[in-house]
Design a protein around this ligand. Structure first.
Ligand code: UDP
Ligand code: MN
Length: 257
């Protein structure tokens, strides 16, 4: 029955796409490789815009796109289409997209996605705003109409089931949230377990931090925003707190204190 969850789902059924850019390889990306990507290496694909022969990147699934390295709508949606194409060519059941300032908790991600029925149309993530986005859709007769839709913030990550992905080619720069909600009428499943640095991460209770699907760090209102978590590593050694979270989840990691 289509309403039962999928207890057979495995972590390796999830295609995790990480969006990065050349100048963040040695900083942001390296931190991810040392932490969560070390647990999901085989099915994690890193989408970038620059060749990089560094030894640290050897052995990972790097996809060097010809997308512009700019933080423009065009550069970013170009990488999203590349992620989509690679996912479609794979045998994976889910496409999860994250930025290079996200920590992905593999166990929490698997439990979340296992709760959805196999073969269902699912778009799950955290809305980027507390209200839907209003846009003007261009109609075939060149008039426009106002449409409202929820948009999962790319900065917190989101996941798309294969069944739904097959119905929505993100062509011509139209963002995934728009295609899914407007064209297909499938609502975003709002999850509070995805986090971007555009929310106050200090509000997450420390004991809830290791249960979240994604975390982030970065600037928020001109101040460093990261989760609050006690550990042996100081804030100077681990400003993002990603290493501290990782050592809590995987204490046997060789570099953990
Ligand atoms: N990014 C990119 N090209 C750029 C700048 C950023 O592809 O020129 C990527 C970056 O690697 C990250 C995402 O876009 O995965 C968001 O960038 P950032 O965190 O710097 O900005 P935010 O949107 O969070 O303010
Ligand atoms: Mn960011």
């Amino acid at each position: 029955p289509r309403t039962l969850p999928d207890p057979h789902l495995q972590l390796s059924d999830i295609f995790i796409a990480v969006k990065t850019t050349g100048r963040f390889h040695s900083t942001r990306l390296t931190l991810l490789l040392e932490t969560w990507i070390s647990r999901t290496k085989e099915h994690t694909y890193i989408f970038t815009d620059a060749e990089d022969g560094s030894a640290a990147l050897k052995g990972y699934n790097m996809v060097v796109t010809s997308c512009s390295p700019e933080h423009s709508a065009q550069g970013l949606s170009c990488k999203m289409s590349a992620e989509y194409d690679h996912f479609m060519a794979s045998d994976k059941k889910w496409l999860c997209h994250v930025d290079d300032d996200n920590y992905v908790n593999p166990g929490a991600l698997l439990s979340l996605l296992s709760g959805f029925p196999p073969g269902g149309d699912v778009y799950v993530g955290k809305p980027s705003l507390d209200h839907p986005i209003r846009a003007h859709e261009l109609l075939p007769d060149n008039t426009t109409r106002e449409v409202d839709f929820w948009f999962a913030t790319g900065g917190a990550g989101f996941c798309l089931s294969r069944t739904l992905a097959e119905k929505c080619r993100p062509g011509r720069g139209a963002p995934v949230g728009f295609i899914v909600e407007q064209r297909l009428g499938i609502p975003l499943v709002h999850s509070a377990m995805f986090h971007s640095h555009l929310e106050n991460l200090l509000l997450l209770t420390p004991r809830h931090v290791p249960l979240q699907v994604t975390l982030s760090y970065g600037l928020f209102e001109n101040k460093m925003n990261s989760v609050e978590l006690q550990g042996t590593l100081s804030k100077e050694e681990d400003p993002s707190r990603f290493k501290t979270v990782h050592c809590l989840l995987y204490p046997m990691t060789n570099w953990c204190p």
